[in-house]
Design a protein around this ligand. Sequence first.
Ligand code: ADP
Ligand code: MG
Length: 335
Amino acid sequence: MFSNAEIGIDLGTANILIYSKTKGVVLNEPSVVAIDINTKQVVAVGLEAKEMVGKTPKNIVPIRPLKDGVIADYDVTAQMLKELLKKVSKKLGMSMRKPTVVVCTPSGSTTVERRAIHNAVTSYGAKHVHLIEEPVAAAIGADLPVDEPIANVVVDIGGGTSEVGIISFGGIVSCNSVRTGGDKMDEEIIQHIRKTYNILIGERTAENIKMEVGYAHPNHKETMMDIRGRDMVTGLPKTIEITSTEIYHAIKESLEQILEAIRATLEECPPELSGDIVDNGIVLTGGGSLLNGMQEWLSEEISVPVHMAPNPLESVAIGTGRALKMIGKLQKAAK
Ligand code: ADP
Ligand code: MG
């Protein structure tokens, strides 16, 4: 039987995930495109393109079209989506033409930005496109009872943005979005190493440092790591040893900004819902929430329980997929 595909898309600043209604998460790749600037051709997308970052000849440039949480480069985003959907349809052996799509939009996005997301998906040939607010998708994917009249608090820490949302009775009661997340921490690490040691390191090295010896909590058991970069004085490769304490100080500012967004959102919470938060706490999603010590640090700072979502990196994608089922039901009921 032929039926159009139904898919959910998490258009993340760092990773794009595609969820098929029948097969679950079918694609999870970095939101990176490599472009040949001479011919304007897309050379690679996703994982293949990310592996090229910082290693290619000058005419091949990696672009992250969604870097700051909105579509900075519309054409490139549309091309990236097209290539990734092609990949999915090859992998699954099913047509991805004219799919029904649920795609999430960052809660801070403007009407123009939402339209850009809608258009990028439509330009691929989607039959129906439904937009869902990212915090709602994250909360659904984290198994929170979003339809109940209780406060469901979700904090999604991504690459380019972090979002905090309180959802009750299926809708957003209060939310805040900050343009900071894992990427900013990587940049802060690069700056720290450059200023302290006169050594240049690349983005991927910085990300590895963050994952290995990055901590959200000031009180942690100090660990060390050997890293390699280019000495800015001699121009030669050099290995140095860094500590988790110095990395903590380097990324502290981003962490504080995320904490501020959480505090501000909790302060805006209607008092009738505050009790729920004391009892149920908040749930963390997104790759940035995997930073060592994040859960403990946040629960100490805001004095409410902090839980990790079952699948932090996939919560939004799973949520878009579940939303698809709700839309299917609504469409059937309307017939
Ligand atoms: P987005 O939704 O913006 O695409 P993701 O939720 O996919 O972002 O998270 C990507 C971010 O999470 C990146 O900055 C990445 O470095 C960070 N990240 C992933 N795993 C870890 C980890 N174990 N520790 C710290 N940060 C992590
Ligand atoms: Mg995300």
